[in-house]
Design a protein around this ligand. Structure first.
Ligand code: FHN
Length: 462
C-alpha cells in the first residue's frame, strides 16, 4: 500500500515546565548547623537546578553493604531474622577487596547511565563511609577503606553524577523509635528510644555526606513507611515527626543544587525535588507501593531491580532480559521520568556478569537510539501495553514493544500536529493514513519486520 500523507490540524501541546534560574541562598555548613533547626525548606524556596535530572533519563542504583556477605538480599537481618548482636559480626567479614570504583563507574557510563545512587546506609544502619557518628562502619571492617570516597573521586574523574541513598530506618540503633515501627522488632533491642537524639544523629551524618564528598547530586531517603500509623504502605501520616523541614533544609543549605527525593510511597512532601516510584512507572500501581501516589509536576523517577533483588542475592538469577530493561527505560521516559536501575554487587565488590552484560547491551542500544529517550518528555499518550511515546522538539517517537499485541496490525492514534512519519529502525517504508476529520493516524505494522526490542516510529509534528 502506498503511503497517504495528509496534514491534520495542530493540537495544543503541553510543554515541560521550565526550570527556574532564580538565585539560591547558600548557608555555611557546619556540624553545629546540623544540630539546629534550619528554616523550613520547600522546593519553591530553594529551587535546585533539575535540568540535568530531566535530561538524564537513566541512572544506576547500587545496594551494597555487609548483607551482601549472606547473599540473601538487604532485608536478611529482618526476614531471617538475625539479632543485632549476631548480625553485627558481619563487620568482621565484610571485605570487598575486588571493589574497583573505576570498574563500577565504567559499567554505568558504558550503559548510558548519567548518574549513580548508592546506599550510603541501608536499614541495617551500617555506614559505607568514614563516619565519626558510629563505629558500625566500613572503616572497622577488614577492608577498612571508604567506599564512598573512592566512588565520589571516580565519578568526578569520569564526569558522572553521584547521589546517596540514606535509610531513615535503623535496625541496629537503640535511639531509633523501633517500638512504633513496622520492622526491626527482632533485633534484640531493649534500651529506651531517643527520637530527638536519632534525628540529631541523622543530621550529623547527612552533614558529613554533604561536606566531605564534593558535589552530591541527590539525597535519596527511604524508610518513612516504617512509622506509618495505619500500618499500610501508602499512608502519608506518620506516627513520628521526621523533621523533614529541618532535614531537607539542611541538605539544601549545605548543597543548594542537591536534589531531595524520598521513597515514602505517597505524593511528594514540601521540599522534595523529584518524585520516586518503586517498581512502578509513574501512574501505575502494579508493584503494590504506589496506591497513595498522585503523579506530580515534579521530575519523576522509577527505581527497578535488574533481577528480583536490591541487595546481592546468591540464588536470584531472574535477571530481566535486555528487551524488558530497554522497554522499562522507554516506558519511564514515556511518562517523562527516569529509570534508576539497580545492581546489587557481590560480597567481593564486583558487579555480577549477568548484570554487567545486560547493562553493556543497553548501552549499545542507547548509543543508537538514545536520542529518542534522553532529554525527551512524555508523549501524547501514556505508556500502553503495545509500547510508549516520547517527545523532543517537533518529533514524537512512537516505541512499539509488542506489535503482535496491536489488533489487526494497525495502530490508530490521535497525534496532535501530525505532519509525517517514518520508521527509524525497521527496514522499509512505514505505511500510514491520516484522517483529517478525526485527527487519527493509522500506522500499519502488519507486514513490517518489527525490531525484537523496540520498533521506533519518528513522527514530525507542526
Ligand atoms: O526497604 C527498601 C528496600 O530494601 C530497597 O532499598 C527499596 C528501594 O526502593 N526501598 C525500600 C522498600 O520500599
Amino acid at each position: 500500500m502506498k503511503a497517504i500523507k495528509l496534514l491534520v490540524l495542530a493540537g495544543a501541546m503541553m510543554l515541560s515546565a521550565t526550570v527556574s534560574a532564580e538565585a539560591k541562598e547558600v548557608r555555611a555548613a557546619t556540624d553545629e548547623a546540623a544540630q539546629e533547626a534550619v528554616p523550613a525548606a520547600t522546593n519553591e524556596a530553594t529551587k535546585p537546578d533539575t535540568r540535568w535530572f530531566r535530561e538524564a533519563g537513566f541512572g544506576m542504583f547500587v545496594h551494597f553493604g555487609p548483607y551482601a556477605v549472606l547473599g540473601s538480599g538487604e532485608w536478611v537481618m529482618e526476614t531471617r531474622p538475625i539479632a543485632r548482636a549476631q548480625y553485627m559480626k558481619l563487620q568482621d567479614f565484610f571485605n570487598p577487596q575486588a571493589f574497583d570504583a573505576a570498574e563500577w563507574v565504567g559499567i554505568a557510563k558504558r550503559a548510558g547511565m548519567k548518574y549513580i545512587i548508592i546506599t550510603s546506609r541501608h536499614h541495617d544502619g551500617f555506614s559505607m563511609w568514614d563516619t565519626a557518628q558510629s563505629e558500625w562502619n566500613i572503616m572497622n571492617t577488614p577492608y577498612g577503606k571508604d567506599i564512598l570516597r573512592r566512588l565520589a573521586d571516580e565519578c568526578r574523574e569520569q564526569g558522572i553524577k553521584l547521589g546517596f541513598y540514606y535509610s531513615l530506618i535503623d535496625w541496629t540503633r537503640d535511639d531509633y523509635q523501633w517500638r512504633t515501627g513496622r520492622t526491626g522488632h527482632r533485633a534484640g533491642r531493649t534500651a529506651p528510644n531517643d527520637w530527638e537524639g536519632y534525628i540529631g544523629f541523622m543530621k550529623r551524618q547527612i552533614t558529613e555526606l554533604l561536606t566531605d564528598y564534593g558535589d552530591v547530586a541527590v539525597m535519596w531517603f527511604d524508610g518513612h513507611w516504617d512509622q506509618n500509623v495505619s500500618g499500610t504502605d501508602d499512608d502519608p501520616t506518620s506516627g513520628v515527626d521526621w523533621h523533614y523541614d529541618e532535614i531537607y533544609g539542611l541538605v539544601h543549605s549545605l548543597q543548594p543544587d542537591c536534589l531531595v527525593a524520598n521513597n515514602h510511597h505517597t505524593s511528594p512532601f514540601p521540599g522534595e525535588d523529584y518524585q520516586v516510584f518503586e517498581r512502578d512507572l509513574p501512574g501505575e500501581n502494579k508493584a503494590g507501593y504506589s496506591a497513595g501516589q498522585q503523579v506530580s509536576q515534579l521530575p519523576l523517577e522509577t527505581c527497578e531491580t535488574i533481577n528480583g533483588s536490591w541487595g546481592y542475592h546468591i540464588t536470584d538469577g531472574s535477571h530481566k532480559s535486555v528487551a524488558q530493561l530497554v522497554r522499562r527505560l522507554v516506558g519511564a521516559a514515556g511518562m517523562g521520568g527516569n529509570l534508576l536501575l539497580n545492581v546489587g554487587p557481590m560480597p567481593d565488590g564486583r558487579i555480577d556478569e549477568g548484570s554487567a552484560a545486560r547493562l553493556a547491551e543497553m548501552g549499545e542500544w542507547l548509543a543508537r537510539w538514545g536520542h529518542t529517550v534522553y532529554g525527551t518528555s512524555a508523549g501524547f499518550i501514556k505508556p500502553q501495553d503495545w509500547g510508549a511515546v516520547t517527545r523532543k522538539g517537533d518529533k514524537y517517537y512512537i516505541h512499539i514493544f509488542d506489535g503482535a499485541g496491536v489488533a489487526n496490525g494497525a495502530l490508530a492514534l490521535k497525534i496532535p500536529g501530525f505532519s509525517g512519519a517514518k520508521w527509524l529502525n525497521v527496514a522499509g517504508e512505514l505505511r500510514y493514513a491520516a484522517d483529517r476529520k478525526t485527527g487519527y493516524v493509522t500506522l500499519v505494522l502488519d507486514g513490517a519486520q518489527l525490531d525484537p526490542i523496540d520498533s521506533i516510529i519518528e513522527v514530525t509534528v507542526k
